[in-house]
Write a protein that binds this ligand. Structure first.
Ligand code: PGA
Length: 268
């Protein structure tokens, strides 16, 4: 595999000084790794100050959301165009946005397209709810989310994006991982295989090999190695565990160790 991609989604946590302190701690703790790409996704408010403080050899930035129209009378929104100098990635279609802010398939599709149009890599989140899984609808849900989310893209564009498989039932509330179900590697393997096969059938083989697929949902240091063994998993979208510099840096280190086949090295 190429670089492992780890994205820390800070969600609606940390004011400007708290965010700056967390970045400071992470920069102290995480060395420059050539085999792990680390992306931080703080609130919209703190993207700008963190971009000044950020060591670009270690981290990239992602926005958690953006609006698909480039400019106009849309009170309260920030466009992909406004973010293009600031971030490499934007998280699109996170289940919390679909659920609490009523983002439907069409809106997610337009956001993916706006992201690509503005040279920002979208991290398209897909995944089923508990009820949908229990009703045997997981593949249908993934199918519908991929069909709409990717429909405006060429095969080459699809090969460049990131898809995050996040079963909604495995996403923590950010405080208590024990109360949530972490997906089993086998369940992740089936979903990731389905996503790659969908992309191969609808786009082409190259796109299905090149698209990066992350697992998200209560990702903690202990699961990292086991999930990287799942074929087709390229990294993690981490929520709650990314707010703590110990756990987040442990996740990054575990990824680096996995890349080195379990060996420690001098810079780790
Ligand atoms: P979690 O969140 O790691 O806290 O479950 C993941 C996400 O929502 O991206």
């Amino acid at each position: 595999m190429g670089k492992i991609l780890v994205v820390g989604n800070w969600k609606m946590h940390l004011n400007a000084s708290q965010a700056s302190l967390l970045l400071h701690r992470l920069q102290e703790r995480i060395p420059i790794y050539k085999d792990v790409e680390v992306v931080l996704s703080p609130s919209m408010l703190t993207l700008q100050p963190l971009s000044v403080q950020l060591d670009r050899r270690k981290f990239r930035l992602a926005a958690q959301n953006a609006y698909f129209v480039d400019e106009g009378a849309f009170t309260g929104e920030v466009s992909f165009t406004m973010l293009r100098e600031l971030v490499h990635y934007v998280i699109v279609g996170h289940s919390e946005r679909r659920r609490y802010f009523h983002e439907d398939l069409d809106m997610v599709k337009q956001k993916v397209a706006a992201s690509v149009r503005n040279d920002i890599t979208p991290i398209l989140c897909v995944g089923e709810t508990k009820t949908e899984r229990d009703d045997g609808e997981t593949k249908q849900v993934l199918h519908d989310q991929l069909l709409s989310g990717l429909s405006n893209l060429t095969p080459a564009e699809v090969g460049n994006i990131v898809v995050a498989y996040e079963p909604v039932w495995a996403i923590s509330d950010g405080t208590n991982f024990a109360d949530h179900f972490i997906a089993k590697p086998q369940q992740v393997a089936e979903a990731v295989d389905y996503i790659r096969r969908y992309i191969k059938d609808v786009f082409n083989d190259k796109a299905s090999r090149e698209v990066r697929i992350l697992y998200g949902g209560s990702a903690v240091p202990d699961i990292v190695q086991g999930f990287l063994d799942v074929p087709g998993v390229d990294g993690f979208l981490v929520g709650g565990a990314s707010l703590n510099y110990h756990t987040f840096s442990s996740i990054i280190q575990a990824c680096h160790r996995w890349q080195r086949g379990g060996k420690e090295d001098a810079d780790a």
